[in-house]
Design a protein around this ligand. Structure first.
Ligand code: CU
Length: 138
């Protein structure tokens, strides 16, 4: 019984952390007593004809960015500058999903169209404490 569970969980987790062996995963598995507000989200980014929408994006580490092609031309998604490198295929439709595990600032471009770019900031997840006071907006 235990063996089955290990295989099912291991397959998913191995893919997510393979690019980043140093990130502590244990923090996410601690038993939550309060509301779970730090669950990973799926954040949608549109890949249009020569633009990304939104052009500026802030996410939390662990979120999955879901790039969705909405135009007709061929584009790709590539981290030109940033702590975690990823890159999609060159494609005219479909999706590209990426879990972001490295905090920091990213510059994401389409390598086919100069000027087609976006900025993304990945924040550290809030520390696990008993305080639930919201931080003042900057
Ligand atoms: Cu493009």
């Amino acid at each position: 019984m235990k063996a089955i569970r290990r295989i099912a969980v291991g397959g998913v987790v191995a893919v997510a952390i393979s690019a980043l062996a140093t990130l502590p995963v244990s923090a996410q598995t601690s038993p939550a007593t309060g509301p779970t507000t730090d669950l990973p989200k799926i954040v949608k980014v549109k890949v249009g004809d020569n633009y990304f929408k939104p052009k500026k994006l802030t996410i939390v580490v662990g979120d999955r960015v879901n790039f969705v092609w909405i135009g007709t031309a061929i584009h790709d998604v590539k981290v030109k500058k940033g702590p975690q490198k990823f890159e999609s295929d060159k494609q005219a439709s479909g999706k590209f999903k990426q879990v972001v595990l490295e905090p920091g600032k990213y510059k994401i471009v389409c390598t086919l169209h100069p000027g087609m770019e976006m900025k993304m900031t990945a924040k550290e997840p809030p520390p696990v404490t008993t305080s639930t006071a919201p931080l003042p907006a900057p």
